[in-house]
Design a protein around this ligand. Sequence first.
Ligand SMILES: *Cc1c(COP(=O)(O)O)cnc(C)c1O
Length: 397
Amino acid sequence: MPGFELFGDLERKEVNDVLDNGVLMRYGFDGMRKGHWKAKELESELQNTFQSKHVQLVSSGTAAVSVALAAAGVGAGDEVIMPTFTFVASFEAIMMLGAIPVLVDIDDTLCLNPEAVEKAITPKTKAIMVVQMCGSMADMGALKTIATEHNLILVEDACQAIGGTYKGKPLGSIGDLGCFSFDFVKTITCGEGGAVVTNNKDYYINADHYSDHGHDHIGNDRGAESHPFLGYNFRISELHAAVGLAQVKRLPEFLEIQKRNFNILREALSQIPEVTFRTVPEGGEESCAFLNFSLPDLEIATKVSEAFKTNGIDVCWNYYNNSWHYIRKWEHLKDLKSLYPISEEIKKGLSNLNKQDFSKSDYHIGRNISCLIKLSWTEDEVLSRALKMAKVIRDHV
Ligand SMILES: *Cc1c(COP(=O)(O)O)cnc(C)c1O
């Protein structure tokens, strides 16, 4: 997945354009910038990449999720349904707005289970946040139907699925709003950065203003702009956008390498009867950023994952005991360890989290191994990795 593996002259050239004129900020300073508008250019590239009418760059993927929710009017006391398997950013972004994360089970797609979503809906539910984990997706058709029937906003976190598609549409462009991250380990990187994409003009204008202190961005005197509503600072810098601009142009090349490496590994593992692969919904195409497979049970998955490590097979994880991606080890969330007081509404909303039954999620995550697909591997390296992985698995099943 990581775009940083293929960093080079193109990235340097774009950054040097910015250093040459010294305008490191994305707004204003028109006279000094010698025509360089890296953030604006990257936004227009991303409109094509994600086939969306509007793109607002922000400072991170976490910021993108908060800005997307805020742009759609999600705030204090609203419930947002999210999966048990995701990145900690999901609940952080929700709680930052005073909203309440409602965690529900995943299914064999490793993403939101539509039935569990429907059961979790209450009169306070305002949005469903689907997280397209490890390069693939939830059953988007089912989730869209539920969102429409219950009049809920569908926010799509596609941070880990850049380049994946569902029924021909880029992941991230299917919900009412989509969120991307360009942090250092994502498929394309800015160093730090993110984007909100949407076809809804009002949401876009809200995101544009909100991510820059509520500035209305009318005219060319920043100091004289008015503030139609409160905002915050989630701006991306020109330096970061410059790196992203070079990277996005290489995305087709990155995706091709990912796919080649993914297919070699998948083919080798599919010869083993005990190995099964995650369900990809009909009409879905994975981005191939990760290869996910399941073994018969948690015990075997744990042993195989340990044996991978001792045999030099890196970047493969069983997430059951992982503190970044799975609810079991999110003690800081379950115990609400916060530097500052948390609202009674959020406290009440999360009070059952320690007791809730997530055995269905445990079943899928316990058996799963998720392997990052690197861009820097040569074909020979992938072939020998595939043989090694298959041998380790066969030794343990
Ligand atoms: C990386 C990631 C984020 C957050 O992105 P940052 O840019 O690191 O803030 C959010 N959600 C998912 C699923 C991610 O993988």
